[in-house]
Design a protein around this ligand. Structure first.
Ligand code: OOG
Ligand code: NI
Length: 493
């Protein structure tokens, strides 16, 4: 049997090799990213603090876009075979910066061991054809009819995916066939593109055209992880590859790396065949596919994320007042004023997620551990190890989408959009869309409880129970503290 994680690792590897042949600049990106990672690993003793070099070197995310609910369900089946589950809900339809008619989730492994083995994830977007802000009733029905006629995934691939999901893995021969079919499903289709239909959709949104104007789906971009994204950005420029004008996400600064920083090179013109209105097949090109790179930091709690969002909004306000100011410098100055400068403060203020371990060689003989996390950390009872952010940022995603669009598109803001949320997306997919905060909190909680038990830190354990609304074991009564922590997630292995 080939176990799930090997299928996932092999799929990521083969997809990357395939994309490298389709988009050669992506291969340059991999080379530069690999070199930068080696350099950082050579000079920084902490380089592996947010993931082993083996993990980071193999780490990729991909992005795909599908047109219908049925297509999304089938994609989810394929990802399930690879141990990837939908996590997070992203609505990209009404961001202030460039709305795109899609809602998205990311398929990814959720267990810590699975993530360390191979963290491959795919940002997956569903076209919202019923959203009147983008599509009128006539266009919606023609779009739906076009999408209903195409088949993205052959039945054999879906059968193998079902077989791989339960029990986890596939026999060698099936695994080979599954991987071949799965990679082929995301190759660029040689089918001619209907010129007039594509152009009509492109007037509404270039993303709508990329999804609903062609006969198949394809990988839109693949993203390696890099340990110094600023160095990578400079080097790509030196190699003559046009990058988008900025790095999305937090600024570079001397405090802890948090969440996600991303940048990409501009979409390149790729040769495509077109079917003209008179039936002739002609040559031409489209610019939709690109390469992206990302640096990952520590996962933030809801409170930490609120700080991040407020800092982004404050940066926008400053730039609106002073449009000539440098965005990075403006952001950095604001971060210095209000964002914790150390991992220790992030942990003590409950702004980021960590796994906790009892400190070894504790000089605490006879003393009792305190009840609060800040006290346990300050007193040297616990050590905190950061949990890496495994998800995406809606605003950065919108920026990545937008930076590679050909035109502005149209969106009629006066109309109301189709309501969509994580719950509805779960129903569409037929599998629960998991909440990223819940996953991180459960991981943190498990490690903290274990550490506190080892330390016999009864007071701290009771405080934790109270904060999470669990019954306290000594009284049997339900605790009444604020429910800052989520219940343990039974779905996390
Ligand atoms: C997805 C854009 C979002 C990211 O890394 O934030 C994304 C797309 O272009 O289909 O991949
Ligand atoms: Ni991406």
């Amino acid at each position: 049997m080939v176990p799930t994680w090997r299928l996932r690792a092999a799929f990521a590897r083969r997809l990357s090799a395939m994309y490298g042949t389709e988009v050669p600049a992506y291969t340059t990106l991999l080379e530069v990213a690999g070199r930068v990672n080696d350099e950082v690993a050579g000079r920084d003793p902490d380089a592996e603090r947010l993931g082993s070099l083996t993990r980071v070197t193999a780490e990729r995310h991909g992005a795909i876009r599908v047109g219908t609910e049925a297509e999304l369900r089938r994609a989810a089946q394929i990802f399930a075979a690879l141990g990837m589950r939908p996590v997070g809900f992203y609505d990209l339809r009404d961001g202030e910066v460039g709305a795109v008619p899609v809602v998205s989730t990311a398929f990814r492994p959720t267990g810590t061991e699975e993530l360390e083995r191979n963290p491959f994830r795919v940002f997956t977007s569903l076209l919202t054809t019923s959203d009147r802000r983008f599509f009128d009733a006539d266009l919606e029905s023609r779009l739906d009819a076009f999408l209903a006629r195409r088949r993205l995934f052959p039945p054999e691939l879906l059968q193998l995916a079902e077989k791989a999901e339960e029990p986890a893995g596939l026999p060698e021969a099936d695994a080979e066939r599954f991987l071949t079919l799965a990679v082929a499903a995301f190759e660029l289709s040689p089918e001619p593109v209907d010129r007039a239909w594509y152009a009509e959709l492109e007037r509404v949104s270039a993303v709508a055209a990329d999804i609903g104007g062609v006969a198949a789906t394809h990988i839109n971009h693949l993203t390696p992880r890099v340990l110094d994204i600023d160095a990578l950005y400079r080097r790509m420029g030196e190699r003559g590859i046009a990058m988008i004008d900025r790095i999305q996400g937090p600024p570079r600064w001397d405090g802890p790396d948090v969440l996600l920083r991303q940048t990409s090179f501009r979409a390149l013109a790729e040769p495509r065949r077109f079917r003209e209105p008179d039936g002739r097949i002609t040559g031409g090109s489209l610019r939709v596919r690109f390469g992206e790179v990302e640096a990952r930091g520590i996962a933030l709690t809801r409170a930490g994320r609120a700080r991040y969002d407020a800092l982004m909004a404050a940066t926008d306000r400053h730039l609106a007042q002073d449009p000539d100011a440098d965005r990075q410098e403006t952001a950095r100055a604001l971060w210095h004023r209000t964002f914790p400068r150390t991992e220790h403060r992030l942990a003590a203020e409950h702004l980021a997620f960590f796994t906790y371990r009892p400190a070894t060689g504790r000089p605490h003989d006879g003393r009792r551990p305190p009840a609060d996390l800040a006290g346990l950390l300050d007193g040297g009872w616990l050590t905190a190890h950061p949990i890496v952010y495994e998800d995406f940022l809606p605003r950065s995603a919108a920026g990545i989408f937008r930076s590679n669009l050909t035109g502005e598109g149209i969106r009629c803001a006066a109309l109301t959009g189709t309501p969509f949320d994580a719950h509805r997306l779960s129903e569409v997919i037929g599998r629960p869309v998991l909440d990223p905060f819940t996953l991180y909190a459960a991981q943190q909680d498990r490690s903290l409880r274990q550490a506190l038990s080892t330390l016999r830190a009864g007071a701290a354990l009771r405080a934790l129970d109270a904060a999470e609304g669990h019954p306290t074991p000594d009284t049997g009564r339900p605790a009444t503290g604020p429910t800052t922590g989520p219940p343990a997630d039974p779905t996390t292995p």
